[in-house]
Write a protein that binds this ligand. Structure first.
Ligand code: NAD
Length: 409
């Protein structure tokens, strides 16, 4: 039987997915882009052979053609099996709202990458009863580093990840493993997809939401952020001892949430939620030369060398200089779909988080946003976040039950 797939977006990742999935026999692939003008531009740019994807694995190019490219959710096939969002997470809600009237029960809907609270956003916008009959899933990261070489016709995979965690909240009667095996069949042998615990633990463990805002706070909070730099400052390797200590404290607050949750709900699965120090040791192991402190671990991690703070270029005295880019995803995703979601869960669990609050407050100020007021999630921009409070949750018990976190998977 034909597998009917909808790909949402229109950028680098969609080019790769359209080539891979279009090339598989027995698939019917539609691309939906709600970005004004993008669907027409893309449809007109795709040659008759399809989209060619060159790769870093020394394998033959993969060439596949989407069957349709549309700008309207009402044009998508009514018997879709799989919907994938490969989009910045602030667009997820818009796509879910547009698609909801056109989706059939039992469809699988997921995001790559997912970011915190993807399931909350999906359940809220699809309706709980409908969402329960879907497979909801999220990739912790995009499986490939990729970029378009020729719009509509050629894309390059620069790096294929080896392992990617995928969290699945499967419809009743399906095991996460069986569901992930299906996705693996579509993606090919690499990356190897591994089932993650559950959405709650993935949301709380979101390493980006701790790393990016806290390291940025550590570097900038005593500096004049309007004074341009001669070159982009180093991100991980520029971290001070004070930054390392702050990461430790924020991480301890996350673990305090875990402790309180487990005390009240011993059956919750939060095993993979660990301290950032342990996370780094597991992820990088021997690539870290000096494990004295979190700061030395960041500075001596092979994988982190040379990475810089996100900057935007400015001209000053006829020279190119650099100012911090507070619109980059380290802020625009890792605060509203990251640390603010964790803070929301802390608030429901009555866990005080002064260190997290300090980081969120500073980052929001730099972003020109307001999420926290006097340590509570009451800011005027809360509706742009995926914290439980935005979806109307005010008590922990309801939050855990409605979102099926207490069920065995
Ligand atoms: P991209 O920038 O190429 O594409 C983004 C797409 O999002 C656009 O084509 C458009 O359809 C949509 N979009 C962007 N701004 C929008 C707006 N204001 N309103 C509506 N739609 C909008 O992104 P990508 O490279 O395909 O990556 C997809 C996701 O994966 C992003 O969240 C990105 O941060 C992440 N990611 C990408 C890479 C990579 O190597 N390309 C690596 C890691 C993570």
């Amino acid at each position: 039987s034909t597998s009917r797939i909808l790909l949402c977006g229109g950028g680098n990742a969609i080019h790769v997915l359209a080539a891979y999935f279009g090339a598989k026999p027995g698939t019917h692939v539609t691309i939906l882009s709600l970005y004004p003008g993008e669907a027409d531009r893309l449809r007109n740019a795709i040659p008759s052979e399809g989209i060619r994807c060159v790769n870093d694995l020394g394998e033959d190019d993969i060439v596949g053609r989407p069957d349709a490219v549309t700008s309207s959710a009402s044009d998508v096939p009514d018997d879709l099996d799989l919907v994938i969002f490969a989009l910045p997470s602030f667009t997820h809600e818009m796509y879910l709202k547009a698609l909801r009237p056109h989706l059939r029960e039992g469809v699988s809907i997921g995001a790559m990458p997912g970011e915190g609270g993807f399931d909350l956003c999906a359940i809220h916008n699809l309706g709980g009863a409908f969402a329960m009959r879907c497979d909801l899933f999220a990739f912790e990261t995009l499986p490939w580093a990729c970029r378009i070489l020729e719009y509509g016709s050629k894309v390059e995979v620069l790096g294929t990840k080896k392992d990617v965690d995928v969290v699945v909240s499967p419809k009743l009667g399906v095991s996460p493993k069986a569901f992930i095996d299906g996705l693996q069949g579509l993606i090919g042998p690499l990356p190897h997809l591994t089932p993650a615990d559950n959405f709650l633990s993935v949301t709380l463990m979101n390493i980006n939401s701790v790393w990016h805002p806290t390291i940025s706070w550590g570097f900038y909070h005593d500096l004049d952020t309007n004074k341009p730099f001669d070159k982009p400052p180093l991100f991980y390797t520029g971290a001070s001892e004070e930054t390392g200590e702050k990461l430790d404290k924020v991480s301890n607050e996350v673990l305090e949430i875990k402790r309180v949750l487990l005390e009240r709900y011993p059956s919750l699965h939060l095993d993979s939620l660990t301290h950032v120090r342990e996370w780094m040791t597991n992820a990088y192991g021997d690539d870290i030369a000096d494990t004295t402190s979190i700061a030395t671990m960041l500075r001596t991690n092979k994988g982190y060398q040379g990475l810089t703070h996100p900057m935007r270029e400015v001209q000053s005295d006829g020279k190119t200089k650099y100012l911090p880019d507070f619109r980059y995803r380290y802020f625009s995703e890792d605060i509203p779909m990251g640390l603010v979601v964790t803070k929301g869960i802390a608030e429901l669990a009555n866990v005080a988080t002064p260190h997290m609050d300090e980081v969120i407050t500073w980052c929001s100020k730099m972003m020109g946003k307001e999420y926290l007021v006097n340590g509570k999630l009451r800011g005027k921009d809360l509706h742009e976040t995926r914290c439980p409070q935005h979806y109307g949750f005010t008590d922990l018990d309801t939050f855990l039950r409605v979102n099926h976190y207490l069920e065995e998977s």
